[in-house]
Ligand binder design. Structure first.
Ligand code: CAA
Length: 388
């Protein structure tokens, strides 16, 4: 049975990075958070600040222009940003999601061609797995086809719910190369936005993470050079899963950050708001709520950091830990933000206070990168196996 390893102190490098991130968040991100949500626009100014401060290539090795940092540092950075702005934290998290297929399965030429542009933040990456009929059942129902014609793969089909799809310069796309082989007939491709037949479709209007564009991508005889196949034909689904093992902790970090931001706001409010002659936080009804919120956040954080450490170690049980941390942090985010709205009462329901945005933003962390039901399925299969 997988167990947690003892806690390690943060490295000097990590301490410095997090210090810089806290300053950036306070000066540049937090003051923009409400506006980003209201306008529903991708914040290019925040992307630029993150790029200038090397935050878009944390786990990319230094030889490809990245910081060569750990996944643990990366999740802590996402968490810090999400405390103030969930949409902005997704810029960092989805850059990682989109570049991971190249980092994990790319050949030397592919890594040299794409990783430095992504590490510098000059290029934005996205990851295109989901389709209208293929969300949780990612392998069984995939319809996007890739057919090899000479030195080119021709892609046809649609992907939906693609985070950053409309601002991405490069997208890792999963498509069926052999429909007879199920999961073993899926392949992965590096697709640039300029490739013929690549089109951005409908932009979703969403409840939360409104500053993060979620779009449909349409491939109409999209021509992808054969050299842009990632790994071998048929290895795409396993690659998609390996990527999610490393990116689900990023979404867990986003969830945890949202929860921590909501708790901080609710706690400050509960210290100052007087009812029945004393601060509401000192009244048992509210004080106990805050106590539960704090305890849940700290428990979730231990699970997250352990999962990130397992990513760094390349531990064999990383699939299990990634699923557990995403499940726990997503549920904690939803519960804590809902309770934060409750602590603020009527003010919590007003857009003039940030906790209603945090509650709307929290919900997606229970849905994307695998619903909470899929995380439970992954965890249960790890314990008792997959039914035949
Ligand atoms: N690592 C390596 N290989 C893996 C793997 C992993 N973590 N998980 C599965 N595989 C392998 C299996 O071993 C199997 O290989 P063999 O046939 O050789 O044994 C193959 O992949 C197929 O696996 P399963 O039989 O387990 O596949 P399944 O059809 O039962 O589905 C699933 C598994 C876990 C449900 C998977 O479909 C899944 O994770 N679904 C959710 C999809 C998801 O998370 N989408 C998120 C989209 S991205 C997003 O949301 C980003 C965003 O917006 C920010």
């Amino acid at each position: 049975m997988a167990v947690a390893t003892p806690h390690q102190a943060a490295s000097e490098e990590e301490v410095l990075i997090l210090q810089a991130v806290r300053e950036i968040v306070a000066e540049k991100v937090a003051p923009r958070a409400a506006e980003i949500d209201e306008r529903g626009e991708f914040p290019q100014d925040i992307r630029k600040v993150f790029a200038e401060n090397d935050l878009l290539g944390i786990p990319i090795p230094a030889e490809y222009g990245g910081l060569g940092g750990t996944f643990l540092t990366y999740v802590k950075v996402v968490e810090e940003i999400a405390k103030a702005c969930a949409s902005s934290s997704l810029i960092v998290a989805v850059q990682e999601l989109g570049m991971l297929p190249i980092l994990i399965a790319g050949n030397e030429d592919q890594k040299k061609q794409y990783l430095p542009k992504l590490a510098s933040g000059d290029w934005i990456a996205a990851y295109a797995l989901t389709e209208a009929g293929s969300g949780s059942d990612a392998a069984g129902s995939m319809r996007t086809r890739a057919e090899k014609r000479g030195d080119t793969y021709v892609l046809n089909g649609q992907k939906i719910w693609i985070t950053n799809g409309s601002v991405a310069d490069v997208v890792c796309v999963f498509a069926v190369t052999d429909p007879e082989k199920g999961a073993g007939g899926i392949s992965a491709f590096i697709v640039e936005r300029g490739f013929k037949g690549f089109n951005v479709g409908k932009l979703e209007k969403k409840m939360g993470i409104r500053g993060s564009p979620t779009v449909e991508l349409v491939f109409n005889d999209c021509e992808v050079p054969a050299r842009n196949l990632l790994g071998a034909e048929g290895e795409g689904f396993k690659l998609a899963m390996k990527v999610l093992d490393k990116s689900r902790p990023g979404i867990a970090a986003q969830a945890l950050g949202i929860a921590a931001g909501a708790l901080e706001y609710a706690t400050n409010y509960a210290r100052e708001r007087i009812a029945f002659g004393k601060p509401i936080g000192q009244q048992q009804g509210v004080g106990f709520m805050l106590a539960d919120m704090k305890t849940e956040i700290e428990a979730a954080r231990l699970l997250l950091y352990e999962a990130a450490r397992k990513c760094d170690e390349g531990a064999p049980d990383v699939t299990l830990w990634a699923a557990m941390c995403k499940l726990k942090c997503g549920d904690v985010a939803m519960r804590v933000t809902t309770d934060a709205v409750q602590v603020l009462g009527g003010y919590g329901y007003s857009v003039e206070y940030p906790v209603e945005r945090m509650m709307r933003d929290a919900k997606i962390t229970q849905i994307y990168e695998g619903t909470q039901q899929i995380q439970r399925l992954v965890i249960a299969r790890n314990l008792v196996g997959k039914p035949r």
